[in-house]
Each structure stands twice: as C-alpha cells, then as structure tokens.
Write a protein that binds this ligand. Structure first.
Ligand code: MLT
Length: 313
C-alpha cells in the first residue's frame, strides 16, 4: 500500500497516551482542573491523557519544556494567563515566546479568584483585612505560587489598587501555599474558585472577597472587590491547552472535536459549573481563537504590569 508512515500516523493519532504538562505542583487548582478536563476529553479521544507536573518559577519552567518538545501531538501544556500572557513582561530571560512557540488547542472556561484566609484567622471580612493591612504595612504574609502565577498577579493587582503593602511568599504551587494558609503559617492567598468550594464546606478556610463583577452563584454571600473596595475591578484566570508550534492541524482538530463532544454532556457541563467556572461564548474555545486571544492578552498584561508597578525578574 502507498500510504506513507506520516499520513498513517496522522490518521490514527493518537496511538499512545498524550502528556499534558501542568507547570505547578500536584494538588493545586491548575492540576485539579487539568485532571478533571483531561479525564473527560480522553474518553472522547480514545486514549489516556497523562498529567505531568513540572513546577517552578510561576509555571515558566513547564511551559519552556513544552515549547521545546517535539510537535508530534504527544506533549501539550495546560496554560494560564500567568505564564502564557504576563510572563514576557515579568521575566527578563524567558526561555520561550508564548506568541510564537505554541499553537492553541482549546480554551477552558474562566475561573474567578477568591481571597482566602485560614479558619483560625482573626479576619472575617474584607473590611477587617484591609483595615489591618492599612495600619500594619508589610506585616501580612500573602502566599502565592511563584512570580507570574495567578495567585501572585491577582494579589499584586489587588494590593496595588487598594494601596496596601504586604509581603509576598512564593511556593511551588497553590496547593502548598494553601496548606500554609490553612495552618496559619501564611496570612492569606488569592486562590481559584475550584479549590475554594471544597474548602469552605470543610470549614478549613474563609473566603473574604471574590474577583468577579457580580457575586457568583457559588459564593452568593461573599462580596466582590468591585462592590466593596475598587469599583469596576474584575480579574479572572483563563486557561487553555497549547501544543508546540509546528503541531499539525489534524492533531489540533482531533482535540477540539473531543472537547466539543465532552461539552455536549450535561454532566460534564455541570462539573465545570460546580467548580465555579464561567462558560465561554460559542467560538471562544477554539484553538485559533485562543491564539488570537493569547496575543491580545500579552499586550494587555504588559500594560497592567506596568501600571501596577510589578517588578521584572
Ligand atoms: C496552581 O495550580 O498551583 C496555581 O494555579 C498556581 C497559581 O497560578 O496561582
């Protein structure tokens, strides 16, 4: 038969498990979300998706690994706005270019962020937190998942807009940061909504404020930053799966169709909503739309970082 090895490989893709690199430690919000979505997409794909945690430097180490991986459809990145849009404005020697070295596969729904304190924290409201921080500059330890992580950027934006001086404490992932907030080793953390749900019901942490313009259905009793402190404030974490530049259209198409099929399942939609995720409009989830969006976000974060005075590394 005259079919070439390459076209056989394309037509039958994937013939072995696909790796998604999560560039934070296991047990954090990115890891949790990636695993949930991967399990469902893998079902449609007919192959396993294996999560590999490559933590460090706010997600940039794992992202660099995928940028250099073979573009054969077997290594992809679970990306978020930190290392895929803000990092070029934060790191002087970034080992990859998010706009040039990747192709979007599909985009996830957005995740609101929530400022959390541990169960034994003296703060019960955002007003109490802000009033203490204002009269005690550089006393509060705010945990984050490294420079350019969602938790770091959200805290930096919030503190700058609220005119508060606090200390940043970096970890290798939101999971470790959260452990120290729960035990009282650190004072607070901007975490993603998907972690907050379980914590709250377990009584381990207290949410003080959320970053959506309107209160979410998941936390109807928790004020927004916009209503309590900074009018108009809105900041959500966005996620997308990326493949190395040079990956074939067929591979990207196969993943996008698998994701689309998963979205037809009401149980999967419910699972996303239970995680506090905010669904996108039709068309925003495609790889092509993700590429355009990523480029716009790189420009937007350049301005946000300059305005907030967040330091380069
Ligand atoms: C994580 O999964 O550890 C977080 O997404 C880190 C972050 O970006 O805050």
């Amino acid at each position: 038969c005259l079919i070439s090895a390459t076209s056989w490989a394309k037509d039958n893709y994937p013939t072995r498990p696909v790796t998604w690199v999560v560039p934070f430690a296991a047990g954090g919000p990115t890891d949790a979300l990636a695993r949930r979505v991967a399990a469902r997409v893998a079902n449609e794909l007919g192959q396993a998706i294996v999560i590999e945690n490559v933590p460090g430097a706010g997600g940039t180490i794992g992202a660099a690994r995928v940028a250099r991986a073979k573009p054969d459809g077997y290594t992809m990145l679970m990306g978020h706005f930190g290392y895929m849009a803000a990092a070029p404005s934060l790191y002087n020697n970034l080992a990859y270019d998010p706009a040039q070295d990747f192709r979007g596969v599909f985009r996830f729904p957005n995740t609101p962020m929530v400022l959390l304190v541990g169960k034994d924290s003296p703060f019960n409201t955002i007003e109490e937190f802000v009033s203490y921080a204002r009269t005690n500059p550089n006393k509060l330890n705010i945990a984050n998942a490294g420079v350019g992580s969602a938790s770091h950027l959200m805290a930096a934006l919030f503190m700058q807009r609220a005119n508060l001086d606090v200390l940043d404490v970096p970890y290798r992932g939101g999971g470790q940061a959260l452990t120290d907030v729960i035990s009282g080793q650190a004072d607070a953390l901007f975490d993603q909504m998907n972690t907050v749900m379980g914590l709250r019901s377990g009584g381990l942490a207290k949410p003080l404020v959320q970053t959506t313009t309107q209160r979410t259905t998941q936390l109807p009793d928790i004020p927004t930053v916009a209503e309590s402190l900074i009018p108009g404030f809105e900041a959500l974490t966005w996620y997308g799966v990326y493949a190395p530049a040079g990956t074939d259209d067929e591979v990207l198409q196969k993943f996008l169709s698998s994701y689309h099929s998963a979205l037809q399942d009401p149980e999967f939609l419910q699972l996303l909503q239970d995680q506090g995720l905010q669904l996108l409009s039709d068309g925003e989830e495609t790889g092509a739309a993700l590429d355009t969006f990523t480029r716009a976000e790189i420009q937007r974060w350049k301005q946000v970082i300059a305005a907030a005075g967040i330091e380069r590394q």
